[in-house]
Ligand binder design. Structure first.
Ligand code: HEM
Length: 131
């Protein structure tokens, strides 16, 4: 019931938003995330978020989450980072990732907000070329 309300809010979020569980499984994938990565939400649900990133992060992401659950040391949560994303067609792109943590109905979930930096990086490259 609560979760359904959450889904309808997500449909209107302009930025790509992804919710995962403690094992990295996708619980929700916003419409903007569908456009950005080229996967539908139904293709993503229950699969590992690591499919959205290239190697070596892809192989290591489960360990990153496990390490955090073990130590409580935050390396991205509440800090943010520029990382590389991977689309369904295999192409990669720069993205700003903000990760948050929430407890819903006794279970811990992680929320990821993603901004595509492709246009920003291209503009910076054009400016550099003018120097
Ligand atoms: C940790 C990369 C997407 C949740 C990390 C770390 C890296 C990383 C490198 C470890 C940082 C370190 O130890 O220094 C990526 C890449 C992504 C991605 C390349 C591209 C798609 C996501 C998304 C979520 C997420 C969408 C959540 C919905 C987490 C969590 C941690 C983590 C919970 C551990 C907590 C922390 O380090 O603060 N990720 N990530 N990641 N990531 Fe991701």
């Amino acid at each position: 019931e609560n979760f359904n309300q959450f889904q309808s809010i997500l449909a209107t979020v302009p930025d790509a938003m992804i919710v995962i569980d403690e094992e990295g499984r996708v619980l929700s994938f916003s419409a903007a995330a569908e456009r950005l990565f080229g996967y539908t939400e139904s293709e993503m649900l229950g699969t590992n978020v690591s499919r959205l990133m290239p190697s070596p992060e892809q192989e290591q992401h489960d360990d990153y989450i496990r390490q955090y659950l073990l130590t409580g040391v935050k390396r991205i949560i509440g800090i943010g980072r520029t990382v590389t994303g991977k689309r369904a067609d295999g192409s990669t792109f720069p993205m700003e990732l903000a990760v948050g943590e929430a407890i819903t109905e006794g279970a811990r979930v992680f929320t990821g907000f993603i901004r595509d930096l492709t246009d920003k990086q291209e503009a910076e490259a054009r400016i550099d070329a003018l120097r």
